[in-house]
Design a protein around this ligand. Structure first.
Ligand SMILES: [Mg+2]
Length: 241
C-alpha cells in the first residue's frame, strides 16, 4: 500500500444539518438577488425539490448553479451567471457554523504522511470547488494532502468507478495500492473495493447501518486508522475486503 484517500464530510469534518442555517442560507441567496425574505419558504421549497428529484442511481454530480438559476428564474429574477455565483457564495458562507474539522483530523493526516504514505482528499460535493478548496486551505487540510479529488470537478460522484480511478491517478498509484477511508459503506468502502482498493469505514461521527457486518473494518476513532495502516504496511496486505 502506498497511499490513503479520505472522504471529507462526516470523516475528516462534521457537517451538521441545521434547519435554521438552511433558511439563513436561502435568505442570504435571495438577498444577493434582491428578493425579499418573504420568498424564503417558496425558494427553499423549490430548491429542496431539485434535491428530491434526483435519481439516486444517477451518479453525475448535481449542477448546483443550474439548480439555483432555475429557482431564481421561477422567482422572476434574471439569473445571470455572475448573480448565480454570488448567490451560491452567500449561501455557502451562511453554512460556515455547520462545518467542524475533527480535532484529530490533522494528526491523522500527519500520521499517514509520517508513515511514508501519500494522501488524498476524495469528496462528493456540489459546492463550488474554489470555495471548498479555500476551506480546505484554511482548515490546514490542503497542505497535508498530495491530491484533492472533488466530484464537482470530475462530474461524477462516488460510487462511480471513474471517481476512484481519478483518485488513484491523482496519487500516481495503482488502485491496489490505495486505501480508502470514509463514513459511507457504498461510497467509501464498497465502491473503492470494486475498484481494487482496500478500505475501512469511518464510524466516529455516525455509523452507517450498512456497516454492521463482519466484512467491513470499522474505526470508531480517527487515529485508529493509523493502527490499521501500520498492520497493513507491516503485512504487505492491500487491506482488501
Ligand atoms: Mg462522508
Amino acid at each position: 500500500m502506498r497511499a490513503v484517500a479520505f472522504d471529507y464530510r462526516d470523516t475528516l469534518a462534521e457537517f451538521r444539518w441545521d434547519d435554521d442555517l438552511w433558511r439563513a442560507g436561502v435568505r442570504a441567496m435571495l438577498a444577493q438577488a434582491g428578493v425579499g425574505a418573504g420568498e424564503t419558504e417558496r425558494a427553499a421549497a423549490l430548491l429542496r425539490r431539485r434535491f428530491a428529484d434526483r435519481d439516486p442511481r444517477d451518479l453525475h454530480e448535481l449542477d448546483y448553479a443550474a439548480a439555483v438559476a432555475d429557482v431564481l428564474t421561477a422567482l422572476g429574477v434574471a439569473a445571470s451567471a455572475g448573480l448565480v455565483r454570488r448567490c451560491i457564495e452567500a449561501e455557502y458562507r451562511a453554512w460556515a457554523p455547520a462545518r467542524h474539522v475533527h480535532p484529530d483530523a490533522l494528526a491523522l493526516l500527519d500520521g499517514v504522511r509520517g508513515r511514508g504514505l501519500a494522501c488524498a482528499l476524495a469528496a462528493n460535493t456540489f459546492d463550488p470547488p474554489e470555495l471548498f478548496r479555500a476551506d480546505l486551505r484554511a482548515q490546514g487540510i490542503a497542505e497535508r494532502v498530495d491530491a484533492i479529488v472533488l466530484s464537482c470537478e470530475l462530474g461524477v460522484r462516488k460510487p462511480h468507478p471513474a471517481f476512484y480511478a481519478a483518485v488513484a491517478a491523482s496519487l500516481g498509484a495503482d488502485p491496489a495500492d490505495v486505501f480508502f477511508v470514509g463514513d459511507r459503506v457504498c461510497a467509501d468502502v464498497l465502491g473503492p473495493a470494486a475498484a481494487g482498493m482496500g478500505a475501512c469505514l469511518a464510524g466516529w461521527y455516525r455509523l452507517d447501518p450498512e456497516g454492521r457486518g463482519d466484512s467491513v473494518p470499522i474505526c470508531t476513532e480517527p487515529l485508529q486508522v493509523l493502527d490499521i495502516l501500520e498492520a497493513l504496511v507491516g503485512s504487505g496486505s492491500p487491506g482488501k475486503i
